[in-house]
Every structure is written in structure tokens, then in C-alpha cells.
Design a protein around this ligand. Structure first.
Ligand code: CP
Length: 319
């Protein structure tokens, strides 16, 4: 089984994941295929020891439950050691330049997992590091989350190319990342946001151009019902992202974008509901939808572990 997996794979050693813009459709599909295989085969010895003797540093500027734990478990389950740095307790919290941190940590560990407020910070880290850098969420992108979401759609909808995904709410890092991965995988992605909270125009333009090459499509609109009509997967995220929690004006502008039973009824009857969590029940999604039969949010959370194992394996192992 392992031989078959490796025989088909694309060579990804040494690659970073800062944005999925840098990854080709074939590379993303390979990561998803391996993740699916690893999920079904968690105890294969070649996988359990694939990163034996290696270390991966994890640095979080912002809070995390899923990303922190799933990366730590993924690293350990491949035989490597996670080294967890608290931002404030490291010299980064006292202003040590990111360029110096990147070069120093590159001498100790084999990869860096970083969650930062500012996307540019992770780009700078990648520029100066001599090891792979993995974006664990920035203001612009959440690539591992949408890899997990793609695996979840594949599992529940049955296919990715041609699948219809609606994202409703804030045009944030999740909206950006859904458009990018959707375009790469030939999906039809509709994003519904108020004009003031639309996703970045350059990301929309990039994704639309990519979608032309894969047979997918990317549409941004203001009407949530239009976005959700006929969708096979409906996704949302918190209305106000980490660090901006006191923005009540934004919450009221986004209130009509709540995913509730009425909105889900516009999607296909078999549609799934996705949320990267944590969710604010009664705000961007109702309790009824989050806990309802269409919700796959805990499969989605589990799949973080499998896609991260897959990326760590492909980028860091020496098979
Ligand atoms: N979805 C997600 O990234 O969760 P955490 O913030 O808990 O890591």
C-alpha cells in the first residue's frame, strides 16, 4: 500500500505552505489523496517513523485549539518532535527581527509552523528560513483549514472537481483560501458578503484566472440566497476575526448573512455545512444548523490532522 502511494506521488520535499497559490492542482490533489490514505491507515510503520529524529517548531502569535493540537499530534504521529514556542515568552515578543528568528530556528529544526496576525510576517519568515514554513493562519490565508475542508467535501459530496461550494459571511482569510483551493480543484465557488466586507480584489482576480484553467468558477456576490442556491457545501466563519472582537458595527452588517435553516433550505437537500470552528452559535450560524444533520464540522476538524500529516510527510520525509 505504501509503495503504491509513493509510486504515484509528486515530489514535494522542502516545500513551504504559506499560500496555496504556490501549489499546483496536481500537488494539492496528491496531498489530499495521501491524507485520505493516511486516515484509513493510521498505523503503518513506514509512516509512523517517517520523520524520526526531526523536530518541527510551532510558533503562535494568536490563540488556537485545533491547529495547535492537530499539528502537534501530526508531528508526533510521524515520529518527529514538536517544539512549541510561546510568542510572548520568546524573543519575538520583545521585538527580535523575524529575519533573525528565521535564520536561527533554521539551524535547529526541520520546519516551522507559524500562526501570525500579519501574512507578510509569515512571508518574511519563509524568505529568510532555509527550511519549510507552514502557515497556521494569517489575516490573509488559512491554507491547512481549506485542505481539511476539501478532504471533507471529497468524503461527503464524493468529488471535488465540479462541486458547488457557497461561502457566506465575512470576506476574510477563509473566503480567500476557499477561492484559491476551489479554483485549483475545478470547483464552483460562490462567495456572498456585504460589499464592505468583500474578499481582496487581487485574490478574487487570481482565483478567477486559475479557475479558467481547471473548469471551475469563482463568483462574488452580495445575496446569500443566490450564493447558496443548489450548493453541495455551505460554509461560513466567525463574523469578526481574532483581534477585532469588539467590532459590533461589522456584526450588525453581517447579520443577514447568518447560516440558518431557511438559508440551508436553498442548498441541495444533501448539502453539507462546514465551519472551521470555533463557532459563535446564534451569530454566523444557528445552533440548529451547527448541530443538525447536515453539519460535518467535527469531521472537518478531524481532517486537519490528516492533511497536516500528509503535508509534513510529503515535504519533510526522505523516502
Ligand atoms: N480552525 C482553527 O484554525 O481553529 P483554531 O483557531 O482552534 O486553531
Amino acid at each position: 500500500m505504501v509503495e503504491r502511494l509513493l509510486a504515484n506521488e509528486v515530489r514535494l520535499q522542502g516545500r513551504s505552505v504559506v499560500s496555496l497559490k504556490d501549489w499546483s492542482p496536481t500537488e494539492i490533489k496528491q496531498v489530499l489523496m495521501t491524507a485520505k490514505w493516511m486516515k484509513a491507515n493510521p498505523k503503518v510503520a513506514e509512516i509512523q517513523y517517517a520523520l524520526k529524529g526531526k523536530s518541527v517548531a510551532m510558533i503562535f502569535e494568536l490563540p488556537s485549539t485545533r491547529t495547535r493540537v492537530s499539528f502537534q499530534v501530526a508531528i508526533q504521529s510521524l515520529g518527529a518532535a514538536p517544539v512549541i514556542l510561546d510568542w510572548q515568552d520568546s524573543q519575538l515578543g520583545r521585538g527580535e527581527p523575524i529575519e533573525d528568528t528565521a535564520r536561527v530556528l533554521s539551524r535547529y529544526v526541520e520546519a516551522l509552523v507559524v500562526r501570525a496576525r500579519n501574512h507578510q510576517m509569515v512571508q518574511t519568515l519563509q524568505k529568510w528560513a532555509t527550511i519549510p514554513v507552514f502557515n497556521a493562519l494569517t489575516d490573509a490565508a488559512h491554507p491547512f483549514q481549506v485542505l481539511a475542508d476539501a478532504l471533507t467535501i471529497w468524503e461527503h459530496v464524493g468529488y471535488l472537481s465540479g462541486a458547488k461550494l457557497a461561502y457566506v459571511g465575512d470576506g476574510n482569510n477563509m473566503a480567500n483560501s476557499y477561492m484559491i483551493i476551489g479554483a485549483k480543484l475545478g470547483m464552483h465557488v460562490r462567495v456572498a458578503c456585504p460589499v464592505e466586507w468583500s474578499p481582496a480584489a487581487d485574490v478574487v482576480a487570481y482565483a478567477q484566472q486559475e479557475a479558467e484553467m481547471t473548469g471551475g468558477s469563482i463568483q462574488v456576490m452580495t445575496d446569500p440566497e443566490q450564493a447558496v442556491f443548489g450548493a453541495e457545501a455551505v460554509a461560513t466563519d466567525v463574523f469578526v476575526s481574532m483581534g477585532n472582537e469588539d467590532s459590533d458595527a461589522k456584526r450588525s452588517q453581517l447579520a443577514p448573512y447568518q447560516v440558518n435553516a431557511q438559508l440551508m433550505a436553498k442548498a441541495k437537500p444533501t448539502a453539507i455545512f462546514l465551519h472551521c470552528l470555533p463557532a459563535h452559535r446564534g451569530e454566523e450560524v444557528t445552533e440548529e444548523v451547527l448541530e443538525g444533520r447536515q453539519s460535518v464540522v467535527f469531521d472537518e476538524a478531524e481532517n486537519r490532522l490528516h492533511v497536516q500529516k500528509s503535508v509534513l510527510y510529503h515535504t519533510l520525509s526522505e523516502f
